[in-house]
Design a binder for this molecule. Structure first.
Ligand code: CUA
Length: 341
């Protein structure tokens, strides 16, 4: 406050104003991108963005009024321009009436907006496809239901959705509380052990987005994210059919070692290994963006690093280190996984 007051009286003391030309574009650059609630790609996120803009403008008016009064009072100290009665009126109107009116108007607007942020719960739209998402330490189990003659299937750490169609998620937690949030599309909602929460979203444009876990859930909470790919209906149906049919066995050395070293006891590669269901499903793993639920780019080198010592990359990960497996065999397993298209 003092700094702003000094700015008004002596420009040479004002460092903030000098830094504005470089600071503003940098700050605004943080408002776009694939993990930004301020760059909406879904109906719910657009409503939240709308609310944010209105709140910032409303809050800005209050801020300007308070700063104006502050500056006025700083100058008034020298000139004693206010009578006691006038000062009382100023406090009543400026300090009580103005904030109450603005804040009440913002509250009314926020309450009015609520049904459009949760249209599915308001039963204003038909019941959408229900995708099950379960938060686990520290990854995402995702189950798609059978739809239009395509069987249901499980996948992990990547969500694919059709553009322009409402979908709903039934949200659960396997161990501790996690939180489901796709900033670009909408949300968020907690995932609580022993409870099922339902959240519905409507993606409005295609693209690839990032969804972080939004509730502290342990040492690798930061390394728990999933990709969201919003696609045209036709591409989405192709993807579903491919997922449902699984991978083809190839009889490679890596595929054999995957079972031999016990990877298949936790991870399924549908079509080539029996269903395990303990760790993340790895069917069509090579098509995903990341290794370790949003932790590393999906490259052969990173798969090797992860197999050798997951905890070095993701502290607290349930998967044990496989550093006793000869390097050549880890390379073969990584090649197998990197080829699962
Ligand atoms: Cu899961 Cu934070």
């Amino acid at each position: 406050m003092l700094h702003i007051a000094q700015c008004m009286t002596d420009r040479s003391k004002c460092k903030i104003l000098g830094q504005l030309p470089t600071a503003v574009p940098l700050v605004l650059a943080g408002c776009t991108g694939r993990q930004s609630a301020l760059d909406p790609a879904g109906q719910e996120a657009a409503e939240v963005h709308h609310l944010f803009v209105v709140m910032v403008i409303g809050g800005g008016f209050i801020w300007l009024a308070v700063i104006g009064l502050l500056l006025h009072s700083l100058r008034g100290q020298q000139r004693q321009t206010w009578s006691e009665e006038g000062a009382g009126r100023l406090i009543a109107w400026g300090g009580v009436a103005f904030p109450v009116v603005v804040l009440f108007a913002l509250l009314v607007y926020a309450v009015w907006l609520m049904p459009s942020v949760r249209p599915w719960l308001a039963r204003t739209v038909p019941e959408p496809t229900l995708i099950e998402v379960t938060g686990e330490q520290f990854w995402w189990r995702i189950r798609y239901p059978a739809e239009d003659g395509v069987a249901g299937f499980e996948t992990s750490n990547e969500l694919r959705l059709p553009v322009g169609e409402r979908v709903a998620f039934s949200l659960r937690a396997a161990d501790v509380i996690h939180s489901f949030w796709i900033p670009s599309l909408g949300g968020k909602m907690d995932m609580i052990p022993g409870r099922t929460n339902v959240l519905s979203l409507l993606p409005t444009r295609t693209g690839v987005f990032k969804a972080p876990c939004a509730e502290f859930c342990g040492t690798s909470h930061t390394y728990m994210a999933f990709s969201v790919v919003v696609m045209e209906r036709e591409a989405y149906d192709d993807w579903r059919r491919k997922q449902a049919s699984g991978n083809q066995p190839e009889g490679s050395e890596g595929e054999e070692l995957f079972t031999h070293h016990g990877c298949a006891a936790c991870h399924s590669v549908r079509g080539t290994t029996p269903v395990a269901g303990l760790g993340p499903d790895l069917t069509h793993f090579a098509e995903r963006e990341t290794v370790g639920a949003g932790t590393l780019a999906n490259t052969r080198e990173n798969i090797e690093r992860f197999i050798r010592d997951p905890s070095a990359i993701k502290p607290g990960a349930q998967m044990p280190a496989f550093d006793m497996v000869p390097q050549g065999e880890i390379a073969a397993i990584s090649e197998f996984l990197a080829g699962l298209r």
